[in-house]
Design a protein around this ligand. Structure first.
Ligand code: ADP
Length: 427
């Protein structure tokens, strides 16, 4: 099978989210953490390169994305996908617009779509306005985001601020009429000099139609949801085996643990639910700052408990507590202390025989993957929208594979840490 779809994701858990959607729709997918090396993985229909480019300086985001693109082009991918957050997380300068512009220039393509809608997680776009959980983006809590505050829900305006190309809109009138109407509207916008079209979408069916309309686009940009409409195009062209089972997850043996570094609302509920049923160790940022050997304490605590049942190690705290910690230690310093501690504890847990691991939080997942030296994930079965089980091969081969679920902070139902284990297929 040839390399079909080459994807570039602007963060790690976003990449896993996208990979999971491709797998659910029948594409065998491998996720690379950071810039890939070596050949295209055998048997993969799609590769998702997960970068950390959402909030880095524009120049760095562009150059890393172009480097990822070069690898995907060299592998011969037929189509390319730039994945960003379903809440269009960006600053006034980028990085969505500048990265998309650079990818278009490099690919020599004049037009693409931009659609971050993901109705399954209640992100919808209507008349160009993005709604999150039924309210406008700038009233959804995202207006308070520490790094990418979103003050305008009108994605045409937001993207126009970030790109040199003209941005138009494919309204729901066309989207609801199906793929031919969407393609016609795109062609019209193109004639009018637009380089981008924000596309309305309020249902899964809309995403399928948009995907069909974009079958011949060299580059597609969007959230993860939009990708669900792409595998059908390859299947229609006979490039994808219709009976392919892409999510044959294997469950590596080993003890079960959860590491939570996200303080997002969904993760806070999940931590509460897990603490009610299983042993839990709280990592205290102030204790870390005061020089306590929290990693040693957590390791000793875990040694006495691991194996009998799933265990939880968390730094998760309520917004007022996080604010007060940040006021004392500084935002960057507190984040780095907590990330390093959680990553070091995870290494110890894996050495103790943890083989099934959930990590909550995008930055936290990145830190843990770096500590474990994980460079590639094979994507397995979905636990909740946006979060699949994955399998990682660790650098020390004698350790055997590790089952990993990397959860973006705000994804998953409250019982996520309790139910996820049930989705693992026994070896
Ligand atoms: P999300 O996916 O919810 O955004 P992330 O892991 O990306 O989660 O970000 C959460 C950040 O908050 C991390 O940098 C983490 O180290 C930091 N953090 C976690 N707990 C605390 C805490 N108690 N005080 C201060 N910072 C914290």
């Amino acid at each position: 099978m040839p390399a079909l779809l080459g994807c570039i994701a602007d963060d790690l858990t976003g990449g896993t989210d996208l990979s999971g959607i491709l797998v659910n729709n029948g594409m065998q997918t491998v996720q690379m953490i950071g810039l890939p090396e070596g050949p295209w993985p055998a048997g993969a229909d799609a590769v998702v390169v997960a970068l950390k480019s959402r909030t880095v300086p524009v120049h760095d985001a562009v150059s890393e994305s172009l480097a990822a693109l070069r690898w995907l082009q060299a592998a011969g991918c037929l189509q390319f996908y730039f994945k960003y957050c379903s809440t269009f997380d960006s600053t006034a300068r980028g990085n969505i617009g500048p990265v998309a512009d650079a990818l278009m220039d490099a690919l020599g393509t004049e037009f693409t779509i931009a659609c971050s809608a993901f109705p399954a997680t209640r992100r919808t776009i209507y008349q160009g306005y993005l709604f999150v959980n039924g309210v406008l983006l700038n009233e959804s809590g995202m207006q308070h985001h520490p790094l990418t505050p979103m003050m305008d829900a009108n994605l045409v305006r937001v993207l126009q601020q970030q790109t040199k190309r003209k941005v138009g809109l494919v309204e729901h009138g066309a989207v609801g009429s199906g793929s031919a109407a969407i393609a016609e509207r795109c062609a019209q916008l193109r004639r009018e000099g637009c380089g981008f079209a924000i596309v309305d979408a309020i249902s899964d069916g809309d995403l399928d139609q948009i995907g069909a309309a974009a079958a011949d686009f060299t580059l597609i940009t969007g959230g993860s949801g939009l990708a669900q409409g792409l595998p059908q195009n390859f299947r229609k062209r006979g490039l994808l085996n219709p009976s392919r089972v892409a999510d044959a997850a294997m469950a590596p043996h080993g003890h079960r643990a959860v590491i939570a570094g996200s303080c997002s609302a969904a993760t806070r509920n999940q931590v509460d639910a897990m603490r009610a049923h299983h042993p839990a160790f709280r990592v205290d940022a102030l204790a870390l700052a005061n020089g306590h050997d929290v990693v040693a304490e957590a390791t000793e605590w875990a040694e006495a408990r691991v194996g009998a049942e799933p265990i939880l190690v968390y730094a998760t705290a309520a917004p007022d507590e996080v604010q007060s910690i940040q006021a004392t230690l500084g935002v960057d310093h507190s984040a780095a202390l907590v990330e390093q501690a959680l990553a070091a504890i995870t290494k110890k847990l894996v050495a103790m025989g943890v083989g099934q691991l959930i990590v909550a939080g995008g930055e936290t997942s990145g830190a843990v993957m770096r500590a474990l030296g994980v460079k590639r994930l094979t994507i397995g079965r979905q636990i909740d929208p946006g979060v699949p089980w994955t399998t990682a091969i660790l650098e020390e081969p004698e350790r055997g594979p590790l089952a990993l679920a990397l959860k973006s902070g705000n994804f998953g139902t409250p019982d996520f840490f309790l139910k996820a284990w049930g989705q693992l297929t026994p070896l």
